[in-house]
Design a protein around this ligand. Structure first.
Ligand code: ADP
Ligand code: MG
Length: 247
């Protein structure tokens, strides 16, 4: 489909005899949040790793904006327009908030100074980083050491790092993890607004957030997509309830 920004085709990854992902084909369309849900160990983080390039797939392809990026390393995929946030924090605790955005953006693209200058246009990278921080509500904390941030602020900072690269699509692995009710609400509001700028493939355990945000939901169980649909369809699916929601 022409408005498909990101797509996987038959992705597979095994760890020894375990098929962590098994023929996963999903797509992410312009303007949407597509949530991937599933029990622990279902293969969600493996899938995110295969899409972002941190994990090499055994088979299958990843397409970004119609381009086959399967053979590209993580940094090249980031340059091609794929933004990601991690389930486990990847921040430098001793560095400041602003330093984390700058170093994170540079690191994500493999030190692509010239590329980053291209992304930021005439403006300097610093200005773009500050703009990203303002958008996630961290501008005032720019000189704060990352170690002194709350957990919720660290999650916001990770999003700011990804935002600085102006991605065409986001893949996010549990951005609500460890956030309290208030933090989850703030992040939900932020992601809600972000989708019109770049669609989001959202792996998330917080079902309230998923049901509030998702345009579509795909359910991953033992490495396979067992159901896909809108919120109402997924909520109503007996198969999903049995396999995942435990009802
Ligand atoms: P989820 O994110 O849905 O909880 P994961 O993708 O982390 O699931 O894991 C899927 C399965 O693959 C699990 O059984 C997990 O133990 C296994 N797995 C993940 N990463 C590795 C690895 N590096 N080596 C061996 N097994 C792994
Ligand atoms: Mg995971």
């Amino acid at each position: 489909m022409s408005d498909t920004i990101l797509a996987t085709r038959n992705l597979q990854k095994s760890f020894g005899a375990l098929k962590a992902t098994d023929n996963v084909s999903i797509d992410l369309r312009a303007g949407e949040i597509h949530a991937i849900i599933g029990p622990n160990g279902a293969g969600k983080s493996t899938l995110i790793g295969q899409i972002s390039g941190g994990l090499k797939s055994d088979a299958g392809q990843v397409h970004l904006m119609g381009r086959d990026v399967t053979a590209l390393a993580t940094e090249a995929r980031a340059k091609a327009g794929l933004g990601r946030t991690f389930q486990i924090s990847a921040l430098a605790m001793e560095d400041t908030v602003l330093e984390n955005v700058l170093l994170g953006a540079i690191g994500a693209t493999g030190g692509g100074w010239r590329f980053l200058r291209g992304v930021s246009g005439d403006r300097d990278l610093n200005a773009r980083a500050m703009e990203a921080l303002a958008r996630v509500g961290l501008a005032a904390a720019k000189d704060t050491r990352c170690a002194d941030l709350s957990h919720g602020q660290r999650r916001q900072l990770e999003v700011a790092v990804a935002l600085t690269l102006q991605p065409k699509a986001f893949v996010m692995d549990e951005p609500m993890a460890g956030l309290g009710a208030e933090g989850s609400k703030a992040m939900t509001g932020f992601l809600d607004g972000l989708r019109s700028e770049a669609p989001i493939l959202l792996v998330e355990h917080d079902m309230d957030a998923v049901f509030a945000l998702a345009d579509r939901i795909s359910v991953l169980v033992y490495g396979r997509i067992i159901a896909s649909g809108n919120v109402d369809e997924i909520r109503a699916s007996a198969e999903v309830r049995e396999a995942y929601l435990g009802e």
